[in-house]
Design a protein around this ligand. Sequence first.
Ligand code: C2O
Ligand code: CU
Ligand code: CU
Length: 430
Amino acid sequence: IDPDGVRVFRLRARAGTTEFRPGVATPTCGYEGAYLGPTLRARRGETVRVEVVNELLQDTTLHWHGMELPGAADGGPHALIPSGGSSWPTWTVAQPAATLWYHPHPHGATTAQVLRGLAGAFLVDDPDGRGSPGLPDEYGVDDVPLLLQDQRLTADGRIDEETRTAIGPLGDVVLVNGVAGGCLPVTTTRVRLRVVNASPARVYALAAADGRDLVLVGTDGGLLAAPVPVRSVRLSPGERAEVVVALTPGERLGLVSLPPDLGLLPQLAGTYGAAGTLPLLELRAAAELRPSPDLPATTAVVPPADAASAGGERRFELSAGRINGRTPDPGRIDLRVPLGATEVWTVTSAHEQPHSFHPHGVRFRVLSVGGAAPPPELAGWKDTVYVPPRTPLRLLVRFDQPADERTPFMYHCHVLWHEDQGMMGQFVVD
Ligand code: C2O
Ligand code: CU
Ligand code: CU
């Protein structure tokens, strides 16, 4: 905290090596360290300034995914930080407690930079705490961010950036906070896991290996109205979930990714990484556990999503490498939205591939999925959403942050290879 009360962070993007395989130094990138970045944390109402230093040998940007901030601080593709350069985005946190994240966004190079490890969590707290009383909130003890990245290493130990499916690279091992097959020691009867899908392409279905329910308490943009027991939580690239897991003393519980339901033709599940069960992490409960408080009956006030409040409606059709038939043009503004407006955005995929839709600078609510009410994992605040084929998603989006032509907001597919291939458009809010 500087003398003016501004919370200041420094993130140096740098190259290094990480030993994923014993004795093999894999070239990776990270912020401050060699892989991933530190968890940043700030409260609503605080002003934040981040000194971003680019010590990479290539240009980068740093985007605050899910943060409601002005376009000038958003770190999208227009905010290029040249190799050797730096930037000092500053903004005031203006949203409720949530698990957000940060990652680079240079046009055409996002997949490679994120895959090498450029990603980190950004936790927003409420002025009086970390969300709701009763939720585990001791960072690193019973409140733990988990960044998921699937990787494939080449025979000589490099990250394989060349082997790609139509949705980009799919790894054969899932790293959780940079570790494959890791374990998390647990010392309390409940643990809150803030799971970030920081993978370029893979969709997960987070679940307990023994089939017990997880308790979903939050999604991308904040806490749900009430905790909901769920068998699994689907997370497409860019999406987050907060789950609470209950453990008994001495117990070991695997967290896995089940084959996610992508709504695709069954014969395509393997092609898009939706076939097998993948181990993520083992939770290892101590022989004696400190009792956690009971879960609260309600966790947040989430107003009903009411389409009647919307001033306009727009349609987004996703197809191979395009949104509404267009490829991105940095000089073209695709949409103009009045500041303070609420709109209905209908997003439809016209073909048989997984997509994940994400607009910058906003949070939204899902009104319907293929005409039906959203399931619990889509019923709260969102900023990114899986888009199944030929199933229109209706989103209620409110635009409270300004963005001009110089640093417009993006909307894009968060399957990073699709984003790099041009499934991206830009909009101003004024
Ligand atoms: Cu997480 Cu435009 O990105
Ligand atoms: Cu974003
Ligand atoms: Cu896509």
